[in-house]
Design a protein. Structure first.
Length: 361
């Protein structure tokens, strides 16, 4: 019998979340971001659900895009980081990938390439993130180069990325939008700015294209609660089961490093999930789990293959009972906070060892 660990995927929730994105930006086209193995859910599984519903898909690298093409995904695919060397442009042209241009090397490679077909180009402009993108003062220069080369199709899209859209109290997003509007004012091209946070909380950021990623998988990127985010549904529910139960006397310790001490006679459940299965090693004592739909708390350090949970107040727990680590009934973001991280990291680091099981299609 196999270990009971599963990352259960509700693909109906995925489609529901895409529908929210489309309703929030009804006049925009949608690029669904499926990078990092579909945010840990399985890129091919996710792309097959979304390719007929979204206008395009987006990934980080050409390897991720080729994987989707090899699986029969025919939708347009944007390379969010562009190409990493000149020879990748031939593959992009052959397979119909859309290419980001965000620096002078990528522009020169494009202009000097011998391609079987011209490519769709997205010109990225740095409006304050200071990670990728041409400086705003050179955007027009780059745009004119793209319009002039035979290797770029005529439908250049100009886009940018937000640094602080998750924080509604920050002025940076308004400043980035103002700069982006100024840069694009005299460039007759389609525009894109809104990521998940932009879609949920900054309606003025929804230009011709929007790029939802994290929100598609059912968690909010926003720091504070927001009514638009409240309607999202988790796609992944990480589950396991109780494999052992024991009584621990007052003063006894549990787990590596003896960092949990029983303050009363306690009942401890061992659950077969650990950091080797994608559960965060840094999850602290008190991190919530659900056993038979009831909350219990982590007790002791997370091991590679197991965790221990204080079920003293849940006397009916038995070996074999299902445990939910996050997902339906237990928000991913809440678990991430207890682990000192973000939900993005938890789901994208989900290893192949944990099987993805479609439970609702």
């Amino acid at each position: 019998m196999a270990r009971p660990n599963q990352a259960r995927l509700d693909l109906g929730a995925l489609r529901h979340n895409l529908g929210i994105a489309q309703k929030l930006a009804p006049r925009s086209k949608v690029i669904a971001v499926v990078k990092a193995n579909g945010y840990g859910h399985g890129a091919v599984t996710i792309a097959r659900q979304l390719e007929s519903l979204a206008d395009a898909l987006a990934v980080a690298s050409i390897e991720e895009a080729v994987e989707l093409r090899d699986a029969g995904i025919n939708a347009p695919i944007l390379l969010l980081e562009g190409v990493f060397e000149a020879k990748e442009l031939g593959t992009a042209a052959q397979l119909g990938f859309w290419v980001t241009i965000d620096n002078e090397w990528q522009l020169r490679w494009l202009e000097e390439a011998v391609l079987p077909e011209p490519v769709h180009c997205w010109l990225k402009v740095d409006t304050g993130m200071h990670r990728l993108g041409v400086v705003s003062g050179r955007a027009q220069e780059f745009y004119q180069h793209l319009k002039a080369t035979d290797n770029a199709l005529d439908d250049v899209v100009i886009y940018t990325h937000f640094a602080s859209a998750d924080d509604l109290r920050s002025d940076q997003t308004r400043e980035q939008l103002a700069l982006f509007d100024a840069v694009c004012a005299h460039l007759p091209a389609q525009r894109s700015a809104a990521n998940s946070a932009g879609l949920l909380a900054w309606p003025e950021a929804c230009y011709d294209w929007v790029r939802p990623g994290y929100m598609l998988y059912g968690d909010s990127p926003l720091i504070e609660p927001h009514p638009n985010a409240a309607a999202l549904q988790p796609v992944m529910t990480l589950t396991s089961a109780v494999i052992s139960l024991r009584e621990v006397a007052t003063g006894e310790t549990v787990g590596y490093g003896a960092n949990w001490i029983a303050r009363r006679p306690s009942r401890i459940a061992t659950v077969t999930v650990g950091y080797g299965d994608g559960y965060p090693h840094l999850a602290a004592n008190g991190t919530p789990v659900l056993i038979n739909g009831q909350r219990a708390s982590l007790a002791g350090r997370v091991s590679m293959d197991m965790i221990t949970v204080d079920v003293t107040d849940l006397p009916d727990v038995q070996v074999g009972d299902e445990v939910v680590l996050w997902g339906v009934g237990l928000p991913l973001a809440e678990v991430a906070r207890h682990a000192g991280t973000i939900g993005y990291e938890l789901i994208t680091r989900m290893p192949a060892r944990t099987p993805r099981v479609i439970t609702s299609d």
